[in-house]
Design a protein around this ligand. Structure first.
Ligand code: NAD
Length: 362
């Protein structure tokens, strides 16, 4: 840490669309400040560094890793670069936060976990649904026994026609839809990683998965993975979950971000808990609802702006470095979420049930 303020100096590697939300974490962060930005596109590197208030910018990320004012790195690049950039960052002695999905395979995840141990630095995968307050509130309610023993979970993801929000730039869309750079059908692997993160967060680990996925999922055209229905069994218990993904092309979704939304329902022995919104606000309902004892309670006193989950997650990263704790998701938990997503893809392609353990390389 440098200077009188003793704040953690952070560098972004990759300054595309999502960096705009990560930058929010450094506007008023008591423990961290953004000092440098690297992007292979020189115009992007300079523009974003100026926009976010970073003093330096680079086009070769290795130069950012040599910058001594950078203590910690947020890796925000396309998926096929997650492994090399993360390994280089840890080996350069930088605390490292990596955007989801962790990696392209179990082997890549293992390499990251080994590099973390060797470096002695903090490593976490950043998945913003775990920093989204309605999910944090729901998790606490489940842990506090508000619905009794949780029995089942149901997730819905609906894409529509976004109004008022982002348009994904064509290059960002192109690398996601190329299996070499994206890693898998985006609805199940890229966006899907949010679901395979939030399900274990709320209900515990998953043992095996069955998926039905659009029939061109293994191809390179129409490579989206949507529509799909995924179901699973939780580890060691007779508890099941399901996740439906569908795109409704004429459905208007008012949004500040992407043109789709997610909602989740957990049924417990004596209550049903719903998180009614996430990336957008399709239902315009209370963000958390509890049906129990013959009535419905609505919980509204929480941050519901999806973009603020990035600010919260970024602040937690620099606070974790300052106070020396491990933030979500550590390498092993992130790997579990990855195996869940990979198992869903494999099941959808091979038309059979897939155990997460099958994805292990050793
Ligand atoms: N909800 C979410 O949490 C969320 C949303 C969007 C994206 N993401 C994740 O964020 C990451 C980036 O996604 P995006 O939408 O910003 O993509 P993007 O295509 O908009 O941005 C990627 C940036 O990386 C740069 N880049 C490519 N190769 C590089 C290299 N070798 N060195 C430095 N920079 C390089 C590109 O020039 C581009 O500016 C991905 O992991 C994606 O899954 C997460």
């Amino acid at each position: 840490m440098h200077g009188a303020t003793e704040k953690v100096g952070v560098g972004f590697i990759g300054a595309g669309q999502i960096s705009e939300l990560h930058a929010r974490a450094y506007r008023d962060n008591p423990t961290g400040r953004l000092v440098a930005v690297a992007d292979i596109d020189p115009r992007v590197a300079e523009e974003k560094a100026k926009l976010y208030g970073a003093e330096r910018w680079y086009t070769d990320y290795r130069e950012l890793l040599e910058d001594e004012s950078v203590d910690a790195v947020e890796v925000l690049v396309p998926h096929h670069l997650h492994l090399p950039v993360t390994l280089d960052s840890l080996r350069a002695g930088k605390h490292t936060s990596l955007q989801k999905p962790m990696a392209l395979s179990a082997d890549e995840a293992d390499q990251m976990i080994a590099a973390t141990s060797a470096s002695g630095k903090l490593f976490r995968v950043f998945e913003n649904f775990r920093s989204y307050e309605p999910f944090i509130v729901a998790k606490k309610m489940i842990d506090d026994g508000e619905i009794g023993e949780p029995l089942a979970i149901r997730v819905k993801v609906t894409g529509g026609r976004g109004v008022g929000g982002w348009i994904q730039p064509p290059p960002a869309r192109a690398w996601r839809r190329d299996p070499e750079t994206g890693g898998g059908p985006p609805a199940i692997f890229d966006h899907g990683y949010h679901i395979t993160s939030i399900v274990p967060f709320l209900m515990g680990h998953v043992e095996k998965v069955h998926a039905m996925m659009n029939s061109d999922a293994a191809g390179t055209t129409g490579f989206s993975g949507s529509p799909a229905v995924v179901s699973w069994k939780h580890e060691g218990v007779d508890k099941y979950g399901s996740w439906e993904v569908v795109r409704a092309p004429e459905l208007i979704v008012n949004t500040d971000y992407y043109g789709g939304d997610e909602w989740v329902e957990v049924t417990g022995e004596r209550g049903v808990l719903m998180v009614t919104r996430c990336s957008a606000n399709l239902y315009n309902e209370a963000p958390v609802m509890l049906a129990r004892d013959g009535k419905v309670q609505r919980f509204t006193n929480m941050e519901t702006d999806w973009g603020e989950s990035f600010a919260a997650g970024g602040k937690e990263f620099t606070r974790a470095i300052t106070e020396d704790f491990q933030p979500d998701l550590d390498g092993e938990e992130a790997k579990h979420c990855l195996l869940f997503a990979l198992a869903a893809v494999k099941s959808g392609i091979e038309h059979r049930e897939v155990a997460l353990s099958e994805l292990e390389t050793s």
